[in-house]
Write a protein that binds this ligand. Structure first.
Ligand SMILES: Nc1ncnc2c1ncn2[C@@H]1O[C@H](COP(=O)(O)OP(=O)(O)OP(=O)(O)O)[C@@H](O)[C@H]1O
Length: 511
Protein backbone atom coordinates (compact mmCIF):
# COMPACT_ATOMS: atom_id res chain seq x y z
CA UNK A 1 0.00 0.00 0.00
CA UNK A 2 1.41 3.38 -0.93
CA UNK A 3 1.63 6.33 1.41
CA UNK A 4 -1.18 7.97 -0.54
CA UNK A 5 -3.43 4.97 -0.07
CA UNK A 6 -2.70 5.13 3.67
CA UNK A 7 -3.57 8.79 3.82
CA UNK A 8 -6.70 8.13 1.76
CA UNK A 9 -7.75 5.36 4.17
CA UNK A 10 -7.13 7.66 7.13
CA UNK A 11 -9.29 10.33 5.62
CA UNK A 12 -12.06 7.94 4.69
CA UNK A 13 -12.02 6.26 8.10
CA UNK A 14 -12.10 9.57 9.89
CA UNK A 15 -15.17 10.75 8.01
CA UNK A 16 -18.27 11.16 10.07
CA UNK A 17 -21.16 8.82 9.26
CA UNK A 18 -24.89 9.37 9.56
CA UNK A 19 -24.97 7.08 12.61
CA UNK A 20 -24.95 9.54 15.49
CA UNK A 21 -22.25 11.42 13.67
CA UNK A 22 -19.76 8.72 14.63
CA UNK A 23 -16.59 8.37 12.61
CA UNK A 24 -16.40 5.48 10.18
CA UNK A 25 -13.65 3.66 12.09
CA UNK A 26 -15.69 3.83 15.28
CA UNK A 27 -18.70 2.31 13.49
CA UNK A 28 -16.52 -0.43 12.00
CA UNK A 29 -15.05 -1.10 15.46
CA UNK A 30 -18.50 -1.39 16.98
CA UNK A 31 -19.66 -3.72 14.19
CA UNK A 32 -16.64 -5.98 14.62
CA UNK A 33 -17.22 -6.03 18.39
CA UNK A 34 -20.87 -6.94 17.96
CA UNK A 35 -19.92 -9.65 15.49
CA UNK A 36 -17.45 -11.18 17.95
CA UNK A 37 -19.96 -11.12 20.81
CA UNK A 38 -22.63 -12.65 18.56
CA UNK A 39 -20.28 -15.40 17.41
CA UNK A 40 -19.34 -16.21 21.00
CA UNK A 41 -23.00 -16.27 21.97
CA UNK A 42 -23.83 -18.66 19.12
CA UNK A 43 -20.89 -20.84 20.07
CA UNK A 44 -21.99 -21.08 23.70
CA UNK A 45 -25.60 -21.79 22.63
CA UNK A 46 -24.34 -24.54 20.41
CA UNK A 47 -22.22 -26.07 23.17
CA UNK A 48 -25.07 -25.90 25.69
CA UNK A 49 -27.58 -27.52 23.37
CA UNK A 50 -25.10 -30.25 22.47
CA UNK A 51 -24.56 -30.96 26.14
CA UNK A 52 -28.30 -31.09 26.80
CA UNK A 53 -28.84 -33.31 23.79
CA UNK A 54 -26.18 -35.65 25.04
CA UNK A 55 -27.73 -35.75 28.51
CA UNK A 56 -31.16 -36.47 27.05
CA UNK A 57 -29.73 -39.25 24.93
CA UNK A 58 -27.95 -40.63 27.95
CA UNK A 59 -31.13 -40.59 30.03
CA UNK A 60 -33.19 -42.15 27.28
CA UNK A 61 -30.70 -44.79 26.36
CA UNK A 62 -29.66 -45.69 29.86
CA UNK A 63 -33.03 -46.18 31.46
CA UNK A 64 -34.10 -49.70 32.31
CA UNK A 65 -36.32 -51.40 29.79
CA UNK A 66 -39.84 -50.04 30.08
CA UNK A 67 -38.96 -47.34 32.57
CA UNK A 68 -39.30 -43.74 31.44
CA UNK A 69 -36.14 -41.65 31.15
CA UNK A 70 -35.05 -39.80 34.24
CA UNK A 71 -34.75 -36.10 34.96
CA UNK A 72 -31.63 -34.98 36.71
CA UNK A 73 -31.86 -33.87 40.30
CA UNK A 74 -29.52 -31.28 41.66
CA UNK A 75 -27.06 -32.60 44.10
CA UNK A 76 -25.60 -30.59 46.92
CA UNK A 77 -22.18 -30.91 48.37
CA UNK A 78 -21.07 -28.24 50.79
CA UNK A 79 -19.55 -27.55 54.13
CA UNK A 80 -21.95 -27.24 57.04
CA UNK A 81 -22.36 -24.06 58.99
CA UNK A 82 -25.06 -22.05 60.67
CA UNK A 83 -25.68 -20.13 57.49
CA UNK A 84 -26.07 -23.17 55.33
CA UNK A 85 -28.81 -24.55 53.19
CA UNK A 86 -32.42 -24.17 54.10
CA UNK A 87 -35.35 -25.30 52.07
CA UNK A 88 -35.31 -22.74 49.31
CA UNK A 89 -38.05 -20.16 49.09
CA UNK A 90 -37.10 -18.61 45.78
CA UNK A 91 -34.99 -19.50 42.81
CA UNK A 92 -32.20 -17.17 43.88
CA UNK A 93 -28.80 -18.83 43.55
CA UNK A 94 -27.50 -20.17 46.86
CA UNK A 95 -23.73 -19.84 46.91
CA UNK A 96 -23.16 -22.84 49.20
CA UNK A 97 -24.80 -25.21 46.81
CA UNK A 98 -22.62 -26.95 44.31
CA UNK A 99 -24.73 -28.08 41.41
CA UNK A 100 -23.00 -31.00 39.84
CA UNK A 101 -24.11 -32.04 36.41
CA UNK A 102 -20.79 -33.14 35.03
CA UNK A 103 -20.81 -36.87 35.49
CA UNK A 104 -20.12 -38.08 32.02
CA UNK A 105 -16.48 -38.97 32.00
CA UNK A 106 -15.87 -42.69 31.87
CA UNK A 107 -12.73 -42.70 33.92
CA UNK A 108 -11.40 -43.86 37.18
CA UNK A 109 -8.77 -41.93 39.04
CA UNK A 110 -7.35 -43.27 42.25
CA UNK A 111 -5.03 -41.26 44.41
CA UNK A 112 -2.57 -43.04 46.60
CA UNK A 113 -3.71 -43.27 50.16
CA UNK A 114 -1.20 -44.39 52.72
CA UNK A 115 -3.88 -45.34 55.16
CA UNK A 116 -5.31 -47.89 52.86
CA UNK A 117 -3.39 -51.09 52.54
CA UNK A 118 -5.42 -51.93 49.44
CA UNK A 119 -3.83 -49.04 47.69
CA UNK A 120 -0.25 -50.07 47.95
CA UNK A 121 1.50 -49.43 44.72
CA UNK A 122 -1.23 -47.35 43.17
CA UNK A 123 0.00 -43.97 42.23
CA UNK A 124 -2.06 -40.90 41.60
CA UNK A 125 -3.32 -40.45 38.14
CA UNK A 126 -5.91 -41.62 35.74
CA UNK A 127 -6.44 -45.22 34.99
CA UNK A 128 -6.30 -46.39 31.46
CA UNK A 129 -9.88 -47.48 31.55
CA UNK A 130 -11.49 -44.86 29.37
CA UNK A 131 -13.99 -46.75 27.31
CA UNK A 132 -15.41 -45.21 24.22
CA UNK A 133 -17.03 -48.15 22.56
CA UNK A 134 -17.95 -51.77 23.15
CA UNK A 135 -15.05 -54.06 23.59
CA UNK A 136 -15.10 -57.79 23.45
CA UNK A 137 -11.54 -58.42 24.47
CA UNK A 138 -9.76 -57.25 27.56
CA UNK A 139 -8.08 -53.91 27.38
CA UNK A 140 -7.42 -53.60 31.05
CA UNK A 141 -4.87 -56.27 31.69
CA UNK A 142 -1.56 -54.76 30.85
CA UNK A 143 0.07 -52.57 33.41
CA UNK A 144 -2.54 -53.06 36.11
CA UNK A 145 -1.32 -53.21 39.63
CA UNK A 146 -2.65 -56.35 41.23
CA UNK A 147 -4.24 -55.59 44.55
CA UNK A 148 -6.04 -57.39 47.29
CA UNK A 149 -5.82 -60.79 45.71
CA UNK A 150 -7.99 -60.03 42.71
CA UNK A 151 -5.31 -60.00 40.04
CA UNK A 152 -5.86 -59.59 36.37
CA UNK A 153 -6.64 -62.86 34.75
CA UNK A 154 -6.92 -64.62 38.06
CA UNK A 155 -10.19 -66.46 38.62
CA UNK A 156 -12.75 -65.23 41.11
CA UNK A 157 -11.87 -65.63 44.72
CA UNK A 158 -13.93 -65.86 47.84
CA UNK A 159 -13.88 -62.60 49.73
CA UNK A 160 -12.24 -62.49 53.11
CA UNK A 161 -15.18 -60.44 54.34
CA UNK A 162 -17.38 -63.49 54.65
CA UNK A 163 -20.08 -62.28 52.33
CA UNK A 164 -20.28 -61.88 48.62
CA UNK A 165 -17.11 -62.21 46.63
CA UNK A 166 -14.37 -60.48 44.77
CA UNK A 167 -14.76 -60.23 41.08
CA UNK A 168 -11.86 -59.83 38.75
CA UNK A 169 -11.86 -56.99 36.33
CA UNK A 170 -11.81 -59.48 33.48
CA UNK A 171 -14.92 -61.13 34.87
CA UNK A 172 -16.80 -57.85 35.11
CA UNK A 173 -15.51 -56.79 31.76
CA UNK A 174 -16.90 -59.98 30.26
CA UNK A 175 -20.18 -59.45 32.10
CA UNK A 176 -20.63 -55.90 30.83
CA UNK A 177 -19.37 -56.41 27.31
CA UNK A 178 -16.20 -54.51 28.11
CA UNK A 179 -17.94 -51.75 30.10
CA UNK A 180 -19.72 -50.97 26.90
CA UNK A 181 -21.69 -47.75 26.49
CA UNK A 182 -24.66 -49.87 25.40
CA UNK A 183 -24.66 -51.46 28.83
CA UNK A 184 -24.80 -48.19 30.74
CA UNK A 185 -28.06 -47.97 32.68
CA UNK A 186 -27.37 -44.79 34.53
CA UNK A 187 -24.92 -42.44 36.01
CA UNK A 188 -24.81 -41.04 39.51
CA UNK A 189 -22.55 -38.69 41.38
CA UNK A 190 -20.09 -41.42 42.12
CA UNK A 191 -19.94 -43.45 39.01
CA UNK A 192 -21.47 -45.10 36.03
CA UNK A 193 -23.77 -48.07 36.40
CA UNK A 194 -23.63 -50.88 33.83
CA UNK A 195 -25.96 -53.79 33.41
CA UNK A 196 -24.21 -57.10 33.05
CA UNK A 197 -24.64 -60.84 33.08
CA UNK A 198 -22.19 -62.95 35.06
CA UNK A 199 -20.91 -66.24 33.71
CA UNK A 200 -23.47 -68.12 35.84
CA UNK A 201 -26.28 -66.16 34.17
CA UNK A 202 -26.96 -63.79 37.08
CA UNK A 203 -27.99 -60.33 35.91
CA UNK A 204 -26.14 -57.64 37.81
CA UNK A 205 -25.65 -53.89 38.00
CA UNK A 206 -21.99 -52.95 38.08
CA UNK A 207 -21.14 -49.56 39.50
CA UNK A 208 -17.80 -48.34 38.26
CA UNK A 209 -16.76 -45.74 40.77
CA UNK A 210 -15.27 -42.51 39.62
CA UNK A 211 -12.77 -40.83 41.79
CA UNK A 212 -14.43 -37.60 42.72
CA UNK A 213 -11.71 -35.90 44.74
CA UNK A 214 -11.23 -39.09 46.69
CA UNK A 215 -14.91 -39.63 47.48
CA UNK A 216 -15.30 -42.64 45.27
CA UNK A 217 -12.82 -44.64 47.21
CA UNK A 218 -14.32 -43.62 50.51
CA UNK A 219 -17.71 -44.59 49.20
CA UNK A 220 -16.32 -47.89 48.12
CA UNK A 221 -15.03 -48.73 51.55
CA UNK A 222 -18.18 -47.55 53.26
CA UNK A 223 -20.41 -49.50 50.94
CA UNK A 224 -18.41 -52.66 51.12
CA UNK A 225 -18.25 -52.69 54.88
CA UNK A 226 -21.70 -51.42 55.69
CA UNK A 227 -23.78 -53.00 53.02
CA UNK A 228 -22.08 -56.25 52.22
CA UNK A 229 -23.74 -58.16 54.99
CA UNK A 230 -27.10 -56.45 54.84
CA UNK A 231 -29.93 -58.58 53.49
CA UNK A 232 -33.45 -57.25 53.19
CA UNK A 233 -36.01 -57.56 50.44
CA UNK A 234 -36.40 -53.78 50.30
CA UNK A 235 -32.67 -53.04 50.09
CA UNK A 236 -30.67 -53.51 46.92
CA UNK A 237 -28.23 -56.29 47.63
CA UNK A 238 -24.52 -55.84 47.15
CA UNK A 239 -23.23 -59.09 45.68
CA UNK A 240 -19.55 -58.29 45.64
CA UNK A 241 -16.90 -55.94 44.43
CA UNK A 242 -13.79 -55.56 42.36
CA UNK A 243 -10.56 -53.92 43.46
CA UNK A 244 -8.04 -54.08 40.74
CA UNK A 245 -5.46 -51.53 39.74
CA UNK A 246 -7.18 -48.23 39.75
CA UNK A 247 -10.61 -49.83 39.52
CA UNK A 248 -13.18 -49.86 42.27
CA UNK A 249 -16.42 -51.52 41.28
CA UNK A 250 -19.48 -52.63 43.15
CA UNK A 251 -21.63 -55.47 41.92
CA UNK A 252 -25.29 -55.28 42.85
CA UNK A 253 -28.33 -57.41 42.23
CA UNK A 254 -30.07 -56.06 39.15
CA UNK A 255 -33.41 -54.39 39.78
CA UNK A 256 -35.35 -54.59 36.56
CA UNK A 257 -37.93 -51.82 36.40
CA UNK A 258 -36.13 -48.51 36.64
CA UNK A 259 -36.23 -46.12 39.53
CA UNK A 260 -39.05 -44.19 41.16
CA UNK A 261 -37.90 -40.84 39.84
CA UNK A 262 -38.34 -42.10 36.29
CA UNK A 263 -41.84 -43.36 37.04
CA UNK A 264 -42.92 -40.19 38.81
CA UNK A 265 -41.35 -37.55 36.62
CA UNK A 266 -40.56 -39.30 33.37
CA UNK A 267 -42.76 -39.37 30.33
CA UNK A 268 -45.40 -41.94 31.23
CA UNK A 269 -48.25 -40.43 29.25
CA UNK A 270 -51.41 -38.84 30.66
CA UNK A 271 -52.09 -41.64 33.16
CA UNK A 272 -49.41 -43.07 35.40
CA UNK A 273 -49.17 -46.83 35.82
CA UNK A 274 -48.52 -46.09 39.48
CA UNK A 275 -51.93 -46.54 41.08
CA UNK A 276 -52.55 -45.40 44.63
CA UNK A 277 -52.08 -48.96 45.92
CA UNK A 278 -48.79 -49.29 44.06
CA UNK A 279 -47.63 -45.96 45.46
CA UNK A 280 -48.52 -46.99 48.98
CA UNK A 281 -46.73 -50.30 48.47
CA UNK A 282 -43.63 -48.43 47.31
CA UNK A 283 -43.80 -46.16 50.36
CA UNK A 284 -44.26 -49.08 52.70
CA UNK A 285 -41.42 -51.07 51.15
CA UNK A 286 -39.10 -48.09 51.34
CA UNK A 287 -40.08 -47.55 54.97
CA UNK A 288 -39.30 -51.19 55.75
CA UNK A 289 -35.89 -50.97 54.09
CA UNK A 290 -35.02 -47.81 56.01
CA UNK A 291 -36.37 -49.17 59.29
CA UNK A 292 -34.10 -52.15 58.85
CA UNK A 293 -31.09 -49.88 58.38
CA UNK A 294 -32.04 -47.75 61.38
CA UNK A 295 -33.43 -50.26 63.81
CA UNK A 296 -32.47 -53.71 62.63
CA UNK A 297 -28.71 -53.30 62.41
CA UNK A 298 -26.06 -52.67 64.99
CA UNK A 299 -24.44 -50.28 64.48
CA UNK A 300 -27.28 -48.63 62.69
CA UNK A 301 -26.90 -47.21 59.22
CA UNK A 302 -28.14 -43.81 58.12
CA UNK A 303 -28.66 -43.71 54.38
CA UNK A 304 -28.17 -39.93 54.01
CA UNK A 305 -29.48 -39.71 50.47
CA UNK A 306 -33.06 -40.94 50.45
CA UNK A 307 -34.63 -39.70 47.21
CA UNK A 308 -36.73 -41.02 44.38
CA UNK A 309 -33.83 -41.91 42.09
CA UNK A 310 -32.45 -44.10 44.86
CA UNK A 311 -35.63 -46.12 45.08
CA UNK A 312 -35.41 -48.91 42.53
CA UNK A 313 -38.52 -50.70 41.35
CA UNK A 314 -38.99 -54.30 40.28
CA UNK A 315 -41.56 -55.70 37.87
CA UNK A 316 -43.99 -56.32 40.73
CA UNK A 317 -43.65 -52.66 41.73
CA UNK A 318 -41.78 -53.47 44.89
CA UNK A 319 -39.33 -50.84 46.04
CA UNK A 320 -35.71 -51.42 46.90
CA UNK A 321 -33.59 -48.74 48.47
CA UNK A 322 -30.28 -48.36 46.68
CA UNK A 323 -27.10 -46.35 46.84
CA UNK A 324 -25.70 -46.66 50.27
CA UNK A 325 -22.67 -44.77 49.14
CA UNK A 326 -23.42 -41.95 51.48
CA UNK A 327 -24.25 -44.15 54.40
CA UNK A 328 -22.31 -43.79 57.57
CA UNK A 329 -22.27 -46.33 60.29
CA UNK A 330 -23.59 -44.90 63.48
CA UNK A 331 -22.95 -46.04 66.97
CA UNK A 332 -26.22 -46.79 68.64
CA UNK A 333 -27.74 -43.91 70.64
CA UNK A 334 -25.26 -41.46 69.23
CA UNK A 335 -25.80 -38.80 66.71
CA UNK A 336 -23.04 -38.01 64.34
CA UNK A 337 -21.70 -34.67 63.30
CA UNK A 338 -20.27 -34.80 59.83
CA UNK A 339 -17.78 -32.35 58.45
CA UNK A 340 -19.38 -32.51 55.07
CA UNK A 341 -23.08 -32.37 54.35
CA UNK A 342 -24.10 -34.57 51.50
CA UNK A 343 -27.48 -35.29 50.11
CA UNK A 344 -29.75 -34.10 47.41
CA UNK A 345 -31.23 -30.67 47.07
CA UNK A 346 -34.78 -30.57 48.38
CA UNK A 347 -34.50 -33.72 50.48
CA UNK A 348 -31.97 -32.69 53.10
CA UNK A 349 -33.24 -32.21 56.66
CA UNK A 350 -32.78 -28.63 57.90
CA UNK A 351 -30.71 -29.57 60.96
CA UNK A 352 -28.40 -31.69 58.83
CA UNK A 353 -27.98 -28.94 56.26
CA UNK A 354 -27.38 -26.29 58.92
CA UNK A 355 -25.19 -28.05 61.42
CA UNK A 356 -24.08 -31.32 59.87
CA UNK A 357 -25.85 -33.08 62.72
CA UNK A 358 -26.76 -36.47 61.33
CA UNK A 359 -29.15 -38.92 62.88
CA UNK A 360 -31.58 -41.39 61.37
CA UNK A 361 -34.18 -38.64 61.72
CA UNK A 362 -32.51 -36.93 58.76
CA UNK A 363 -33.53 -39.95 56.69
CA UNK A 364 -37.03 -39.72 58.15
CA UNK A 365 -37.23 -36.14 56.89
CA UNK A 366 -36.13 -37.14 53.39
CA UNK A 367 -38.61 -39.99 53.52
CA UNK A 368 -41.39 -37.50 54.35
CA UNK A 369 -40.44 -35.50 51.27
CA UNK A 370 -40.47 -38.71 49.27
CA UNK A 371 -44.04 -39.48 50.40
CA UNK A 372 -45.10 -35.99 49.32
CA UNK A 373 -43.41 -36.52 45.96
CA UNK A 374 -45.20 -39.84 45.50
CA UNK A 375 -48.60 -38.42 46.42
CA UNK A 376 -48.32 -35.28 44.32
CA UNK A 377 -46.08 -36.36 41.46
CA UNK A 378 -44.13 -33.13 42.08
CA UNK A 379 -40.42 -32.70 42.63
CA UNK A 380 -39.32 -31.46 46.08
CA UNK A 381 -38.17 -28.21 44.51
CA UNK A 382 -39.44 -27.20 41.12
CA UNK A 383 -38.50 -23.76 39.84
CA UNK A 384 -40.69 -24.15 36.77
CA UNK A 385 -43.77 -23.77 38.98
CA UNK A 386 -45.33 -20.47 40.01
CA UNK A 387 -44.11 -18.78 43.13
CA UNK A 388 -45.67 -20.39 46.18
CA UNK A 389 -45.55 -23.80 44.53
CA UNK A 390 -41.80 -24.09 44.07
CA UNK A 391 -41.18 -25.68 47.43
CA UNK A 392 -43.21 -28.87 47.79
CA UNK A 393 -43.53 -28.80 51.59
CA UNK A 394 -44.64 -25.18 51.73
CA UNK A 395 -47.16 -25.67 48.96
CA UNK A 396 -48.56 -28.84 50.47
CA UNK A 397 -48.90 -27.27 53.90
CA UNK A 398 -50.68 -24.29 52.39
CA UNK A 399 -53.06 -26.51 50.42
CA UNK A 400 -53.84 -28.64 53.44
CA UNK A 401 -54.28 -25.54 55.61
CA UNK A 402 -56.74 -24.21 53.02
CA UNK A 403 -58.65 -27.50 53.06
CA UNK A 404 -57.61 -28.29 49.55
CA UNK A 405 -55.82 -31.53 50.28
CA UNK A 406 -57.70 -33.32 47.51
CA UNK A 407 -56.11 -31.00 44.99
CA UNK A 408 -52.55 -31.99 45.79
CA UNK A 409 -52.93 -35.44 44.27
CA UNK A 410 -50.86 -36.27 41.20
CA UNK A 411 -53.11 -35.48 38.23
CA UNK A 412 -51.70 -38.57 36.55
CA UNK A 413 -53.03 -40.86 39.24
CA UNK A 414 -55.55 -43.10 37.45
CA UNK A 415 -57.91 -43.34 40.40
CA UNK A 416 -58.45 -41.18 43.46
CA UNK A 417 -57.78 -42.70 46.87
CA UNK A 418 -60.33 -42.44 49.62
CA UNK A 419 -60.28 -39.29 51.70
CA UNK A 420 -59.12 -41.21 54.72
CA UNK A 421 -56.26 -42.89 52.93
CA UNK A 422 -55.09 -39.61 51.47
CA UNK A 423 -55.40 -37.84 54.77
CA UNK A 424 -53.39 -40.49 56.53
CA UNK A 425 -50.61 -40.49 53.94
CA UNK A 426 -50.30 -36.70 54.03
CA UNK A 427 -50.35 -36.66 57.79
CA UNK A 428 -47.55 -39.22 57.98
CA UNK A 429 -45.53 -37.20 55.48
CA UNK A 430 -46.03 -34.01 57.45
CA UNK A 431 -45.00 -35.68 60.68
CA UNK A 432 -41.84 -36.95 59.02
CA UNK A 433 -40.84 -33.44 57.95
CA UNK A 434 -41.42 -31.87 61.34
CA UNK A 435 -38.77 -29.13 61.65
CA UNK A 436 -38.01 -30.48 65.12
CA UNK A 437 -36.11 -33.71 64.44
CA UNK A 438 -36.97 -35.15 67.84
CA UNK A 439 -40.67 -34.96 67.01
CA UNK A 440 -40.32 -36.95 63.83
CA UNK A 441 -41.44 -40.56 64.13
CA UNK A 442 -38.99 -43.44 63.86
CA UNK A 443 -39.26 -45.52 60.71
CA UNK A 444 -40.69 -48.44 62.68
CA UNK A 445 -43.49 -46.17 63.81
CA UNK A 446 -44.01 -44.95 60.27
CA UNK A 447 -44.42 -48.56 59.13
CA UNK A 448 -47.03 -49.11 61.78
CA UNK A 449 -48.99 -46.04 60.72
CA UNK A 450 -48.76 -47.11 57.08
CA UNK A 451 -49.86 -50.63 57.84
CA UNK A 452 -52.97 -49.28 59.47
CA UNK A 453 -53.58 -47.62 56.16
CA UNK A 454 -53.26 -51.04 54.55
CA UNK A 455 -55.99 -52.39 56.80
CA UNK A 456 -58.07 -49.35 56.03
CA UNK A 457 -57.78 -50.13 52.33
CA UNK A 458 -58.77 -53.73 52.73
CA UNK A 459 -61.79 -52.69 54.75
CA UNK A 460 -62.80 -50.06 52.26
CA UNK A 461 -62.43 -52.40 49.33
CA UNK A 462 -64.76 -54.86 51.03
CA UNK A 463 -67.41 -52.31 51.82
CA UNK A 464 -67.22 -50.43 48.58
CA UNK A 465 -67.31 -53.62 46.53
CA UNK A 466 -65.69 -53.93 43.16
CA UNK A 467 -67.36 -50.87 41.63
CA UNK A 468 -64.63 -48.58 40.41
CA UNK A 469 -65.54 -45.01 39.83
CA UNK A 470 -64.19 -42.97 36.99
CA UNK A 471 -61.28 -40.69 37.62
CA UNK A 472 -63.15 -37.47 37.03
CA UNK A 473 -66.36 -38.20 38.89
CA UNK A 474 -64.41 -39.58 41.81
CA UNK A 475 -62.23 -36.53 41.83
CA UNK A 476 -65.26 -34.23 41.91
CA UNK A 477 -66.88 -36.28 44.62
CA UNK A 478 -63.77 -36.06 46.76
CA UNK A 479 -63.43 -32.34 46.20
CA UNK A 480 -66.73 -31.84 47.95
CA UNK A 481 -65.57 -33.54 51.09
CA UNK A 482 -62.47 -31.65 52.10
CA UNK A 483 -60.20 -33.37 54.52
CA UNK A 484 -60.05 -32.27 58.06
CA UNK A 485 -56.31 -32.11 57.95
CA UNK A 486 -54.38 -30.69 60.78
CA UNK A 487 -50.71 -30.00 60.45
CA UNK A 488 -48.37 -31.48 63.04
CA UNK A 489 -46.52 -28.16 63.32
CA UNK A 490 -49.62 -26.77 64.92
CA UNK A 491 -49.49 -29.52 67.52
CA UNK A 492 -52.69 -31.15 66.33
CA UNK A 493 -52.77 -34.81 65.42
CA UNK A 494 -55.10 -37.33 63.97
CA UNK A 495 -56.91 -39.40 66.61
CA UNK A 496 -56.50 -42.74 64.88
CA UNK A 497 -52.81 -42.04 64.51
CA UNK A 498 -52.47 -41.54 68.23
CA UNK A 499 -54.00 -44.96 68.66
CA UNK A 500 -51.50 -46.38 66.22
CA UNK A 501 -48.75 -44.68 68.14
CA UNK A 502 -49.82 -46.44 71.30
CA UNK A 503 -50.11 -49.78 69.57
CA UNK A 504 -46.72 -49.28 68.08
CA UNK A 505 -45.08 -49.39 71.47
CA UNK A 506 -45.89 -53.09 71.66
CA UNK A 507 -45.69 -53.89 68.01
CA UNK A 508 -42.69 -52.60 66.10
CA UNK A 509 -42.15 -54.48 62.89
CA UNK A 510 -39.86 -54.20 59.92
CA UNK A 511 -40.22 -57.20 57.74
N1 LIG B 1 -28.92 -52.38 41.17
C1 LIG B 1 -29.40 -51.69 40.16
N2 LIG B 1 -30.22 -52.24 39.26
C2 LIG B 1 -30.71 -51.53 38.22
N3 LIG B 1 -30.45 -50.22 38.01
C3 LIG B 1 -29.64 -49.61 38.88
C4 LIG B 1 -29.07 -50.29 40.00
N4 LIG B 1 -28.32 -49.42 40.70
C5 LIG B 1 -28.42 -48.24 40.06
N5 LIG B 1 -29.20 -48.34 38.97
C6 LIG B 1 -29.55 -47.25 38.05
O1 LIG B 1 -28.38 -46.58 37.70
C7 LIG B 1 -28.59 -45.18 37.72
C8 LIG B 1 -27.51 -44.49 38.51
O2 LIG B 1 -27.60 -44.90 39.85
P1 LIG B 1 -26.74 -44.26 40.99
O3 LIG B 1 -27.20 -44.83 42.26
O4 LIG B 1 -25.32 -44.40 40.65
O5 LIG B 1 -27.04 -42.72 40.85
P2 LIG B 1 -28.28 -41.83 41.25
O6 LIG B 1 -29.02 -42.45 42.38
O7 LIG B 1 -29.08 -41.53 40.02
O8 LIG B 1 -27.55 -40.51 41.67
P3 LIG B 1 -26.64 -40.28 42.96
O9 LIG B 1 -25.36 -40.98 42.76
O10 LIG B 1 -26.49 -38.82 42.97
O11 LIG B 1 -27.39 -40.82 44.14
C9 LIG B 1 -29.98 -44.93 38.25
O12 LIG B 1 -30.80 -44.58 37.17
C10 LIG B 1 -30.42 -46.25 38.78
O13 LIG B 1 -31.78 -46.45 38.48
Amino acid sequence: MSIFDGAFMDTELSKRTSIFGLRLWVVIGILVGVLIVFTLFLLSLCLTSRRHRRRRTVAGKYSSAGAPPAKEIQEIVHLPGPHMLRQPQAPAPVPEIHVDFGKVEHRVVVHSDNNNSNNRGVSSGESKGTVSGCETTSSFGSGSVVLGGGGVGVGPEVSHLGWGRWYTLRELEAATNGLCAENVIGEGGYGIVYSGVLSDGTKVAVKNLLNNKGQAEREFKVEVEAIGRVRHKNLVRLLGYCVEGAYRMLVYEYVNNGNLEQWLHGDVGPLSPLTWDIRMNIILGTARGLAYLHEGLEPKVVHRDVKSSNILIDRQWNSKVSDFGLAKLLCSENSYVTTRVMGTFGYVAPEYACTGMLTEKSDVYSFGILIMEIITGRSPVDYSRPQGEVNLIDWLKTMVGNRKAEEVIDPKLPEMPSSKALKRAILIALRCVDPDATKRPKMGHVIHMLEQDDLLFQHERKTEGESSRSHQSHRQERKDSSLDMRIPDAGITDQSEDDSSRNHQQNTRWR
